[in-house]
Every structure is written in structure tokens, then in C-alpha cells.
Design a protein around this ligand. Structure first.
Ligand code: GRG
Length: 337
């Protein structure tokens, strides 16, 4: 292989950065993870594909975001994906997890994120979609996930994130939405799924994300929450979602993104988190698992790569901690570049 001057300069810089950060080049199995994601996409009949059938829209978001962070998004057939995504939309404006499945706000955000990744938001009837989301806001400012009415701060985040990406945040009562999220804050500084619900790193991401997007982070006690989030790091370097629980690669995302949004990520041992994620790779066949030596899946592969991206792992594209999309996609949406 021949390198030109610029490529040589880049690889020397990359080598130096990796050495300084304590990682060796190639520790993240970029090619194998990309191949793993593509292989899961093609399979239709194995166990993982069958159990994922109803949430294929989420799977598409996890897989495609991972490919983009790895610099491999060009390998997919964009038109085929857009046409499948649009075939999951209902008359109400909401999206289902797969063709013929009921609409839910969870899949609607994934659909918008997938279209944003592919730079295809223009295929949407934006007002129809935004009206569907706005219709799910309740009198107290909370959001239901669908017509059946379950309420959860996950849905508050999703509504706010989605409408913000579509430039339609004015469709909802933002003040009430923020007040509801704040009403889910606990004495330990964390947030739960409903008022009085136990603090959990996943819900904290949702509440902090919703507050970050709406410019309301002044409601967070950053030192108290930062301390609680750092307490999530266990001996192995991995992070758990709440006290006394096992570490899981997915919390690398929920915890680190929250710490970044409240400007406290320097309080955690970043090298040890990165080490834990790298130890969860299947170095032979690609993919990342929840804990070392467990079976890999697309969900944990996404959260592992996204976590490493938040840690500025060399060679990965940067991801936005609030929108959970690559920074270049967020910049395109908000700044047209
Ligand atoms: C765009 C990244 C992104 C998210 C969209 C769906 C959503 C918004 C957020 C989900 C937040 C959440 C609640 C994450 C936690 C997921 C999880 C691993 C739950 C497991 O809970 P338990 O109780 O596990 O089974 P623990 O680890 O507490 O034992």
C-alpha cells in the first residue's frame, strides 16, 4: 500500500493520538463491526431477526448510525431504506416498528433519525408528522407513547428531539413539557420515568436531553447529578444504570452523554470506560455485547461505538450527545452545512 504525504502525516498524527490515549491502532474492529451490522440487516430468519421484527425501525437507526460513525454509511442502498421507512408510516403521521405494525412515538423518532442520517428529511410531510407528535402531549405537559396512553419521560425526550429536528418545536407547549420533566427530578439529582420514579441512567439521558434541547439545563443540579452519574462506574471500568446493578455497554452512552451535557464528563475515568467497551467486542466476527464474553447484538454495538465516539476514540466520527446523531448530521439540519 502506498501513502501520499498527507496520508502519511494523518497516520502519524493518528498513531500519536492513539498512543497518548493509551489505545493501540486497530483495537476497535472497525471493518468487522461494519460487516456484522450489514450481515444482520440481510438476515431475515434467524433468532435475532425474529425477535427484532417488531422494532426493526429502532434497529435501522442503531445500525445505520453505527455505520456512519465508523465511516461506512456509503455501503448501504439509501433509496431502498427510504422506501421501507416510508412504508411504515400510518395515516396518523406516526411510524410503526415495521411494515403493518402500529404507530408509536419510539419508532417515529427512529424513522426521523434514519431519514436525517440519509439526508432525506425532505420526503416527509413534516406538518403531518409534527401534528401526530403534538397530539400525544397531555394536559400536564407529559407525553404518551401512542394512542393507548402510557406516559414516560422517554416520550417527552422523543417528542422534543423529533420536533426540534423537524424545526416544529412550536407545535407543543414547551413550558409545560419542561415542567413535567422537572417534576420527575429526584432528591439524588437524577430523574425517573414518572414523578417519584427511581433515578435511572436511561431516564436521566432522556430528561437531561429534553432539557438541553429546550435550553432548560438550569433546572439540573449539575454537581449532584454529576456525582450520581460518576458513581455508576464499577471496578471493571464499565457503567451501570443504577446502584447495585451490573455494568452494561449501553450505559456508556446513557451516562457519558448525560455527563457531557451537564459538563461533568471530566469527572469520570474515561480510559477505563473505553477499555470496558473494547473488551466487549467479538474480535473474530464483529459486534459488541453488553459485557465481556456475552453474545453481541446491534443495540450494544451501536451503544459501544457511540460511547467510544463520545470519548473521542481516534478515527470515529463525533456524535451529538443530545440528538444522538452524528454531529455532521446535526450541523446540516441546524446550520445547513
Ligand atoms: C435516540 C438514543 C436514543 C434514545 C431514544 C428510547 C429512548 C429514547 C431512551 C431509552 C432510555 C432508557 C430507559 C434506557 C435504559 C434501557 C435499559 C438497558 C433498560 C434496562 O433496565 P433494567 O432494569 O436494567 O432491565 P438494569 O441495568 O437497571 O438492571
Amino acid at each position: 500500500m502506498h501513502f501520499n504525504g498527507e496520508q502519511q502525516r494523518q497516520s502519524i498524527i493518528c498513531f500519536l493520538v492513539c498512543s497518548l490515549k493509551g489505545f493501540t491502532m486497530g483495537e476497535l474492529e472497525v471493518e468487522k463491526h461494519a460487516q456484522y451490522i450489514l450481515s444482520v440487516e440481510k438476515r431475515k430468519d434467524d433468532f435475532e431477526s425474529v425477535v427484532m421484527e417488531h422494532l426493526r425501525m429502532n434497529g435501522a437507526y442503531w445500525g445505520l448510525t453505527t455505520l456512519d460513525l465508523l465511516g461506512k454509511l456509503e455501503t448501504v442502498d439509501k433509496d431502498e431504506i427510504v422506501s421501507w421507512v416510508m412504508s411504515c408510516q400510518h395515516e396518523s403521521g406516526g411510524f410503526g416498528g415495521n411494515v403493518g405494525h402500529d404507530p408509536h412515538i419510539l419508532y417515529t423518532l427512529s424513522a426521523v433519525q434514519v431519514l436525517a442520517l440519509l439526508d432525506k428529511l425532505d420526503v416527509l410531510d413534516i406538518d403531518k408528522l409534527a401534528n401526530y407528535i403534538a397530539s400525544l402531549q397531555n394536559e400536564d405537559g407529559s407525553f404518551s407513547g401512542d394512542m393507548w396512553g402510557e406516559v414516560d419521560t422517554r416520550f417527552s425526550y422523543i417528542a422534543i428531539c423529533c420536533l426540534s429536528l423537524l424545526h416544529r418545536i412550536d407545535k407543543i407547549n414547551v413550558e409545560k413539557a419542561v415542567n413535567y420533566v422537572v417534576s420527575c427530578k429526584n432528591l439524588d439529582g437524577g430523574f425517573g420515568s414518572i414523578p417519584g420514579g427511581e433515578s435511572h441512567a436511561g431516564q436521566i439521558f432522556c430528561c437531561v436531553g429534553a432539557l438541553a434541547i429546550t435550553g432548560s439545563l438550569h433546572h439540573v443540579d449539575k454537581d449532584l447529578l454529576g456525582w450520581w452519574l460518576c458513581e455508576r462506574q464499577v471496578k471493571s471500568g464499565g457503567l451501570n444504570g443504577r446502584p447495585e446493578k451490573l455494568p452494561d455497554v449501553c450505559y456508556s452512552w446513557w451516562v457519558l452523554s448525560s455527563l457531557i451535557m451537564i459538563d461533568r464528563v471530566h469527572w469520570i475515568n474515561k480510559e477505563k470506560v473505553a477499555r470496558f467497551i473494547l473488551d466487549c467486542q467479538d474480535k473474530e466476527n464483529g459486534g459488541i455485547s453488553d459485557r465481556p464474553d456475552d453474545a453481541v447484538d446491534v443495540f450494544h454495538t451501536y451503544f459501544g461505538v457511540a460511547g467510544l465516539s463520545l470519548l473521542e476514540y481516534p478515527g470515529l466520527k463525533a456524535i451529538d450527545p443530545a440528538y444522538a446523531l452524528p454531529v455532521h448530521v446535526v450541523n446540516r439540519i441546524f446550520f445547513g452545512r
